[in-house]
Design a protein around this ligand. Structure first.
Ligand code: GCB
Length: 610
């Protein structure tokens, strides 16, 4: 397998740069391993539905907006806002779950926080945001440092030139309005949580530091690429080592500050797998800097309809997960939410999770590495985008680029998904093919997929077969279909006479199926919303899945009930999609046990095969 050489944006000098759509971004690798301070906690806020902080009453841009520290400039200016007496919200955290009056809020909200700094000469400082949904603009001490457009990936701005010794402040304008040309667009089946939803850090580095570390493994050799950033990045000495394997190598960087390494590990490496999630410390050392990352080594490939992990076929026992915390309301973030969610998936018997429908917090991927869960990672190319709009395509590519840059060292990630249920007319197909090519150019070591629909063959108004022939299947490594037969259409018993065929001899995953079940609602197995109805759908669909020849995995929809603005039914849904195996408080439905039992059987069956 060849080393992935991603295109890189050359480093610019101070002050910081902004990530813009359609271009590769410039994230710092592994910010949590860097020196710095976490700027979590209470931030002051101003809710600004009319964007008064940015524009005046004639919609002209303000030159003294809410980012300035000044407030009213002259004594005759009326004071109409200030941060001093403002209310606060917790960061990280979405605003919707923190205040009842912001539950449905879609618009602009301003955040500000004071912090102390003691910048040292010769050191560099970066403000690192794990994610903000959706558009964020950042100022430090009143000066603009950059903007970021997409809602689920990190962005890092250099602020070295703006920091003062002592008191500083950072102001962020976040806007989460949906747009028809955006990704996602206007219509989704998940909550449009707004705000600084992920961790914020002020990170400190030496003047020349390791900006980028990329590691891959082809079965015997570990390949790494390192890129330095700073005045001494070119022709610098870089050493890489994996101490536990007694591997090390030195190289000099080229003009662009890059060096590549090939380490021959022979058969000494313990392969990462769900059964043995072995991670190694990969350490990079330069004259001024040291950076380490915990990396697992494994291979993933396909052979006909099989997915091979470390050369052996496996069945993906999965579950879909939305990024909502298990034991509280709101968007999940950080290590403890990730541990809770993924520990539940492990308890269910999973070896695989589909992280729907957008990049989850980095801690989810790191936790999946640690706990031994394979991952399908996805971007919010969902339902109805403006597929013929070049700027929409550019935004979709940005989502993919930023996700792949962040997660490409995670052994757990085996599948990059370019989207969900996008349909197969020619315009959509060429949009998806362009995204597929983009993914392959950035990372050809993982599998490419998307959740598609199968075409139902009908006789007398009843389905009699499903055909997987979405033209995206031509470029995908793995075919994946969502099926809601018995819930959204037809009778679930129709599955008994509905064989699945596919146009390509490629692995097929049943990427979704499920039913709305209100925990505690009991009744006849034909009564909608009862747990009994859901149990029936699960029984029939699991039996159907076991009849699909060469099926490579399943990921039922979904681990936990989740917030959705499309789910209004009062007294039943109350703004939750109820297809979870556990309810919104984390309480289990009976179907959890049923799937757990099924996975126990599958695990035994496949361990015998191995
Ligand atoms: C789907 C979508 C998912 C929805 C789910 C549902 O096909 O992929 O985002 O939430 O169905 O519950 O309808």
């Amino acid at each position: 397998m060849k080393l992935v050489i991603a295109l890189l944006v050359l480093c610019t000098c101070l002050p910081a740069r902004a990530a813009s759509l359609g271009q590769l971004t410039d994230q710092l690798t592994n910010v949590t391993a860097r020196d710095g301070v976490v700027l979590d906690g209470e931030w002051q806020i101003v809710v600004d539905p009319y964007d008064t902080g940015s524009i005046d009453y004639l919609s002209r841009p303000r030159d003294n907006g809410f980012w300035s520290s000044a407030g009213p400039v002259t004594s005759t200016d009326p004071e109409e806002w200030n941060f001093t007496d403002a209310e606060v919200l917790r960061v990280p955290g979405d605003w919707n779950s923190q205040r009842d009056d912001l539950f449905f809020y879609e618009g602009t909200l301003w955040y500000r926080r004071a912090f102390e700094a003691a910048p040292q000469p010769g050191r560099r400082y970066f403000l690192c945001f794990g994610g903000a949904n959706k558009r964020a603009k950042v100022w430090v001490n009143g000066s603009e440092v950059g903007e970021h457009e997409v809602g689920y990936t990190p962005f890092h701005f250099e602020v070295t030139a703006l920091l003062r010794s002592g008191d500083n402040d950072v102001t962020v304008r976040v806007n989460n309005e949906r747009r028809s040309d955006g990704v996602p667009a206007l219509n989704t089946d998940w909550w449009n949580y707004g705000g600084l939803t992920r961790e914020v850090r002020l990170v400190e580095t030496p003047a020349t530091f390791v900006r980028d570390l990329e590691v891959s493994f082809d079965g015997t050799q570990v390949m790494a690429r390192v890129r330095l950033d700073g005045p001494e990045a070119a022709d610098a000495s870089v050493a890489i080592s994996i101490e536990e394997l007694a591997l090390s190598q030195e190289a000099r960087t080229n003009e662009q500050g890059q060096s590549t390494f090939v380490l021959d590990a022979g058969d000494r490496i313990e392969r990462w797998s769900p059964e043995n999630p072995r991670l190694y410390d990969v350490r990079v050392k330069t004259r001024e800097d040291t950076l380490a990352d915990r990396v697992g080594f494994r291979t993933v490939a396909t052979r006909g309809s099989e997915i091979l992990l470390n050369g052996s076929p496996l069945f993906l026992r999965g579950i879909c997960i939305h990024e909502e915390a298990l034991s509280r309301e709101g968007r999940a973030h950080g290590e403890s939410d990730a541990r809770e969610l993924l520990a539940l998936a492990k308890e269910l018997g999973c070896n695989y999770v589909r992280l729907a429908h957008y990049p989850h917090d980095e801690s989810m991927l790191r936790m999946a590495d640690e706990l031994g869960l394979l991952v399908w990672a996805e971007v919010p190319v969902y339902w109805t985008l403006e597929y013929d709009n070049p700027s929409t395509l550019a935004e979709a590519k940005t989502h993919l680029t930023e996700m792949i840059e962040r997660d490409r060292n995670r052994a757990s990630v085996i599948i990059w998904s370019i989207g969900n249920e996008t349909g197969d007319d020619p315009v959509r197909t060429s949009f998806r093919v362009a995204l597929g090519e983009h993914v392959k150019a950035l990372d050809s070591t993982r599998l490419l997929s998307a959740a598609m629909w199968a075409r139902a063959e009908m006789e007398d108004d009843r389905p009699v077969g499903f055909v997987v022939e979405d033209p995206f299947g031509e470029v995908a490594d793995v075919l994946a279909i969502n099926s809601y037969i018995g819930w959204y259409w037809a009778d679930v018993e129709d599955l008994r006479t509905c064989p699945v065929t596919r146009a390509w001899d490629k692995p097929l995953i049943l990427s979704e199926f499920g039913a709305g079940m209100k925990r505690g609602f009991r009744g006849a197995s034909k009564d909608r919303w009862t747990e009994d109805f859901g149990l029936r759908i699960y029984r029939e669909t699991l039996a159907w899945a076991s009849r699909i020849e060469g099926l490579a995995g399943i990921s039922p929809w979904i681990l936990k009930d989740f917030r959705s603005p499309r789910r209004q039914l009062t007294g039943v849904q109350d703004w939750y999609n109820l297809k979870g195996l556990v309810d919104h408080r984390g309480e289990r439905k009976e179907v959890f046990g049923l799937l757990q039992e099924h996975y126990r059987g599958l695990a035994e069956e496949w361990s015998v095969r191995e």
